[in-house]
Write a protein that binds this ligand. Sequence first.
Ligand code: ADP
Ligand code: ZN
Length: 747
Amino acid sequence: MLLADVAVPVPVARVFSYAVPQELAAGVRVGARVVCPFGARRMVGVVLATREGEPPGRVKSLARVLDTEPALPEDLLAFLRDLAAYYFAPIGEVVRLALPPIDREAAREVAAPSLFGEAGGVGARRVQWVAPTPSVEDAGAVRGQAAAILAALRASGATPLARLEERWGNARAAVKRLAETGLVLVEEREAPADPFFAEPSARDEPRDPTAAQAAAIEAIAGAIGDGRGGTFLLHGVTGSGKTEVYLRAIAAARAAGRGSVVLVPEIALTPQLVARFRARFGDDVAVLHSALTPRERLEMWRRLRSGAVDVAIGARSALFAPVRSLGLVVVDEEHDSSFKQEEGVRYHARDMAILRAHRVGGVCVLGSATPSLESEHLARSGRATKLRLPDRARAQPMPRVELVDLRRVGPGPTGDRRLSIPLHRAIEETLRAREQTILFLNRRGFAPSVRCASCGRLATCDSCSVALTFHKGASAVRCHYCDYEAPLGARCAHCQAEALELEGLGTEKLEETLASAFPGARIARLDRDVATGRRIEAVLERVRAREVDILVGTQMVTKGHDLPNVTLVGVVNADAALSIPDFRASERAFQLLVQVAGRAGRGDVPGRVIVQTHDPEHPAVAMAARHDVDAFLERELADRRELGYPPLSRSALVRVDAVEETRARAACARLVEVATSSEGARSGAVLVQGPAPAPIARLRNRWRFRLMLRASRRDALRAVLASIEAATGTLDRAVRAAIDVDPVQLL
Ligand code: ADP
Ligand code: ZN
């Protein structure tokens, strides 16, 4: 009997066997999607293997094959299997990460459209483009709006009609008149399925690389060209021109007939970076943006799968893009923690990028101005080659960083200690020079907490052990961990006293304070409350167009933006990032400070950075102020080694939660027992810590416990994890347990 092993998208760590009916035998190939009965439902799974043999018991038969050509190529499938094994993740859920989203929605549907050829109802969108005709005919008779439109078209070339309409309300009528006189042509084009298609992407030409860029490009291109592959850590200071290196590396891969994947932390925050890729490679780049509709995503996916497009750029999930003959994976801002997925399959896209490239003999480039300790360790242990861009590309000096010791320095004219005299004066000077300021404050909302002056307790979320944040605009308190929101009552929930006081400073309040301190200034805010997705790009666009004098924001303002007129960066409170209970707090704080400082002085005027802190001697703060990345890495690696923390050890976190505290605690204790009685723990190769309550003890109404495992060798750790995984199946059914290999988020 012909059997097929199928990955079914359910949270169970095994494959399911099905009988293959005679009439389907020819179509059931590895990587193909099939419809299979599962319990009372029918689901879409992916074939992992076929074999002749006796069924392991009663098996059901496959109902249908969806693809004429396998949806997932074998190399991608093999990578997914490795990933599932590494993270102890269910193969069905891992495979699903690589399928286009329309499938995920249709995962339980039987009539999922084919991914190849004419897709049922998934046609490409067509849009109208307006192009100037080549003849420079006399346009003297054209007046008003039509004349302006014609001039714009002649300057920038063919443009979507929709874009003209954004600028000129009556564009449609004017274009019609222009078309009648033969001055423009209106044509229907297939809309490239990504939202950037409307951006006029003037082709840019590669610029002459600096000597450091040239050396990096040569090393990377060489490894792609001769098929050696390998991992490179591109350590380039902020503004050193890492992007040009990526662009040249992609060109080298294309010249060798190989495709590329570029991972960026968050695509909405990097419209400029994306624009540069499109300017260089035009429509040969698939931009996997979260603003795409499922249909557009499917279209992108198909183009990559067919090889029509050979470069994919996107956030962490672009790791799974079905790029043909992959030769290069770039991870920009590799230190960014958004590359770690914190739900479902908890994978780290940076680590898996190395694996994916390695499997195909390709090159992985990890780029950062502040390398993660993990990548630095790879380089020091010879598993990655370090390439350096020590200077800014246009030879601008690094910005001067001043530390303001909040213990000694008083408030400026506002009387608010968090707007110190030096920061206040610097903002004034920057405004006067008509330059721009970025102020970074890592708390959104108006007041991060609300305290009762009578009993002293904080207002907390009903379902989480988390303080509620007051949002003035919404006139409500919110929990930043669940969706809880309520009007701020007059009385304390604990003692009923009418004595609630707002505490602390959030971006919303900072914006208000600035508005009254600098009445003429145009102020904008960038955080999750004001902007998501495309609206982030709109805020950044206003800053770029110099319609904003002061940009206030959370870590969203620290990411790679290249804003040449920003000459002042203020860090309102450098200590906040240091106080998080996490062994990486110091590393994070350092990265944030260096990154945000790197936004200053990227144009012709030198930049200036003011960092407010209560602890100017803290190594992360002091070394960031000197831009001394190497010294920080050196010191932090030594600390990690001494304490036995990653990357000098291997770690895994087992998270256990339940609605009832006692059940969660008991289940966690049970897993600790399994771990401590294992061979690895008894021999001392694996260190077991727990059961312990998580720092956020309760979240979304569930109590959280955990156990932490650490080992110097991965195989020892894996053996213990395997026994824990086996034991999770025997736990109280009210309890959820999840294994997190190489954990990042420890809260
Ligand atoms: P990074 O990502 O390393 O912070 P970018 O790639 O954003 O730096 O480059 C910083 C600036 O330097 C950009 O404005 C870019 O156009 C410019 N640049 C990069 N390479 C060169 C070069 N070889 N010559 C001139 N300008 C360059
Ligand atoms: Zn909550």
